[in-house]
Design a protein around this ligand. Structure first.
Ligand code: C5P
Length: 215
């Protein structure tokens, strides 16, 4: 059977990466977390200043294969650090820049050119891989998304109250939806999934079935 590309887009904390990993593992596909790439560039600018964007050819970003996808910037493992509050608060600003998007989108297209990729992000169905055989737009209510993120932060030992978290998610979504370049939006041909009242297993098997119908 032929391989397909699966594009999974949606707002922050909708469950995209959890589900995408499971779908990729099921089909033995490559999983690409494009948010991690934007986070890695953001971390690099926070440490070294915005001038690093003048020559992005010096920046090597690498995602390792599943099961435990790690993120490397110039051979340093930044997997944990790209999830920091400081990166959360700056990633939308850095992601709105044309140089950053051009650099990462071309990497993403290169990785996906032979198909067999599950890619999650904000603009995969609309811009990065508009020819994807299956496109999903995943959302959940703001309350459910904040709660899911809250549990994740607690597991990492990070103290943050629900109100701050809800506000941070809301602000990031607003920035991502309203930017000029490839804003977050559902591609017309994407299948909409509200995961508010669905378990991880339900969402995963739904997408696997949709993919099987396409392959
Ligand atoms: O998916 P995650 O929440 O880790 O993404 C972090 C940020 O990276 C998003 O809020 C958005 O600003 C940016 N992003 C993007 N385009 C993508 C993926 C992420 O602009 N395809």
């Amino acid at each position: 059977v032929g391989k397909i590309n699966i594009a999974i887009d949606g707002p922050a904390a909708a469950g995209k990466s959890t589900i995408s990993k499971k779908v990729a593992e099921h089909f033995n596909y490559i999983y690409i977390d494009t948010g991690a790439m934007y986070r890695a560039v953001t971390l690099h600018t926070l440490r070294n200043g915005m001038d690093v964007l003048d020559d992005l050819s010096l920046l090597d970003i690498r995602l390792t294969p599943l099961p435990d996808q790690k993120v490397f910037v110039n051979d340093e493992d930044v997997t944990a650090e790209i999830r920091s509050m400081e990166v959360n608060q700056n990633v939308s600003r850095v992601s709105s820049l044309q140089v950053v998007r051009e650099f990462l989108v071309s990497m993403q297209r290169e990785i996906a050119k032979d198909k067999g990729v599950v890619m999650d992000g904000r603009d995969i169905g609309t811009t990065v891989l508009p020819e994807s055989e299956l496109k999903i737009y995943m959302n959940a209510s703001p309350e459910v998304r904040a709660e899911r993120r809250f549990i994740e932060e607690q597991k990492k030992g990070i103290e943050i109250d629900m109100r701050t978290l809800t506000e941070q998610i809301r602000k990031r979504d607003e920035q991502d939806k309203n930017r000029a370049l490839s804003p977050l939006r559902k591609s017309e041909d994407a299948i909409f999934l509200d995961t508010s009242y669905m378990s991880i297993e339900e969402v995963t098997s739904k997408i696997i079935h949709l993919a099987e119908d396409t392959i």
